[in-house]
Design a protein around this ligand. Sequence first.
Ligand code: 4AD
Length: 459
Amino acid sequence: MTVKALLATPGDGQEVVAKGWVRTKRDSKNIVFFEINDGSCLSSLQAVVDKSSSISPETLQRILTGASVSAKGHLVASQGKGQGVELQVDEVKVIGDAPADYPLQKKRHSFEFLREIAHLRPRTNTFGAVTRVRNELAAGVHEFFQDRGFLWIHTPLITGSDAEGAGNMFQVTTLDVGNPPKDESGQVDYDKDFFGKKAHLTVSGQLQVENFACSLGDVYTFGPTFRAENSNTSRHLSEFWMIEPEMAFCDLDDDRAVAEAFIKHLLNRVLNNCEEDMAFFDQWIQKGTIDSLKEVIEKPFAHLTYTQAMEELEKAKEPFEFRPSWGIDLQSEHERYLTEKVVGGPIAVTDYPKDIKAFYMKMNDDGKTVRAMDLLVPRLGEIIGGSQREDDLTKLEARIRSMGMEPEEYDWYLDLRRYGSVPHSGFGLGFERMVQYVTGMQNIRDVIPFPRAPKTIAF
Ligand code: 4AD
């Protein structure tokens, strides 16, 4: 039985076995107490050994923080405060010793230090809780879309096109980078590369999933994406997971409604199913998280156009580092001001200037703005980016050209506009940003098992 199951069982003296890792040990005159944690829940099971029992002093000495143990005994009502049951141990085996240099001692370690021992941090309370909440969110993603009849599409991770047109891609090659083959003009000859052309890791599954939306209706992706931006911030990773729903016969207003329902579904699921872990985050990581998330579920999300948002920012009496003016991209300080000071909750900002958004977004009649939508949340800023897609072939070709890209490269994508084009929309939710938002964790590197970021790939 897991510790979680044992803790939920009434202690009426039945014989049980608990297996896990020792978190703490206390030695008193006649009794040794130690806590067993197996990751099934935040709490540990208290194990109690009577020193007059047949367990040898040598074995008791080996029960140290970090050691793995198997303890057999009787589950009884706990004498101490805080938990219902404890294990009165009859037999204990140390399965794997952990000498005194075990890096995770009882004291609180900084997250920076824990990143240096990222292989051991799943054994801490915080990373156990993050991992369980992350799992719950992933299950909630599938539940939301599957219940609504969306199909999960497995889009490729290696790609021949740049989905965002932003050029922040990791190249994939089997050429000898020290001595690549050259063509007649002295350029690297990608005909000789593995795929016969330049290839990269994908920044988004959107372009491919659009093809499935325009055949099968409502679809979504959920997988890793890769960005080679040199951003050393608490919200950027070089490898992160993204959920990208895409819906045919759907405009930006519908898209925004799905995004709001989706976020609320995920919050509800975590608040209902991860009570113990959420109480931990609320107490130790970000005070008031639970109440603020409950409030988000209850209220409709605010909506401003980019132009209205800029007006709010321009009249704000805040000492912004970047002066707001129509045409610039919203900076993190602007996003926080809008969500925390103007609205006090999540806010969807739509209709951004075309020059700061990707080539595939549908142009508004003003010729200046596109049907883009970003969802901003307090503390973090942007959590979702999406849009209605340009479904007019001529306009899309012109836009690709005007951005210095080659329409031929996107021929397969343009075919969707050649044959049976329909209005369609979608968005991308950064999965780690969602985990950050729910848990209140400050740094995105602490909500993914092994973070990838510039100069960070040790594990
Ligand atoms: O706004 P982005 O770049 O949108 C897209 O990729 C679209 N193709 C989505 C779509 O319409 N299907 O990224 C979407 C979200 C952002 O809002 C953010 O939450 C997250 O992905 N994100 C990152 N998360 C962690 N590290 C990074 N470097 C991220 N870049 C974007």
